[in-house]
Design a protein around this ligand. Sequence first.
Ligand SMILES: NC(=O)c1ccc[n+]([C@@H]2O[C@H](COP(=O)([O-])OP(=O)(O)OC[C@H]3O[C@@H](n4cnc5c(N)ncnc54)[C@H](OP(=O)(O)O)[C@@H]3O)[C@@H](O)[C@H]2O)c1
Length: 256
Amino acid sequence: METSVLITGASSGLGADFARRYAMEGKNLILTARRLDRLEELKTEIEAKYGVNVEVISADLSSAAGRNFVIDRCLGRVGILVNNAGFGIGSTFESTPYPRVQELIDVNITAVSSFCHAFIPEMKARGEGSILNIASMAGFTAGPYMAAYYASKAFVLSLSEALHEELLPFNVHVVAVCPGPTLTEFFDHTGPKRALGQNLFLMGSDEVVRQAILDAKRNQAIAISGFRNKFLHFLTIVLGRRVARKSVAKIQGSRQ
Ligand SMILES: NC(=O)c1ccc[n+]([C@@H]2O[C@H](COP(=O)([O-])OP(=O)(O)OC[C@H]3O[C@@H](n4cnc5c(N)ncnc54)[C@H](OP(=O)(O)O)[C@@H]3O)[C@@H](O)[C@H]2O)c1
């Protein structure tokens, strides 16, 4: 049976560019997000341009019902899984209403882990498969003023690294994709004062996606996007977690 690439959060940003890139390779797609109109638009664009089949599923991954709906529709058909849906909250932890924190945990953590758990068995049975979990540079440090977001990405990074090792013998490749600031709609939803225009580390979404797919094919465990982010990661290791978190506190605290 022909498999597809399942991409979560495909209605904008990185997810939409993953869809375009995999379609370019001739792969059929299953795209999911809440905004059905955006998914339908992308389906029309991609089918016309690349002649692949695109199926769209509208679902809210913050609810168990939404996650299970997608899993039930896709079981047995997923050759590549891109766990991309996610969002950030840019404010102090205690000032964020707890239901919003829970929503972040449900989308950024529970959806990622439940989709891995659901689709790994079929990939193992086929003797091949790839999982690209979109973590972040935020996964390498604590993130004052975006605490839950940074913590969620640390989870994704750690889970992905562990699964990478567990699944190596089965020819199933798991990679934690770690972009830095990327030009998408992400910062529109994260909170005020997060304009990205002057950011030295800013990358285009397509460039991040192109590299991530290449790194997944090379079976890397961790794919840090771009030279500048790789250098920043190196600095974080050299300077240590204390300096890193204090720097984040300074930068993000000034935006409050
Ligand atoms: N942009 C950056 O600077 C950056 C840096 C590092 C990592 N990342 C990560 O990259 C991933 C993609 O983000 P992006 O930058 O492309 O931002 P984006 O343009 O805002 O895209 C986020 C996607 O997630 C989906 N999503 C959000 N909440 C959802 C929910 N409850 N249920 C289902 N889908 C949901 C959105 O779709 P709907 O709203 O239609 O549901 C959208 O398609 C995220 O995991 C983010 O943490 C981004």
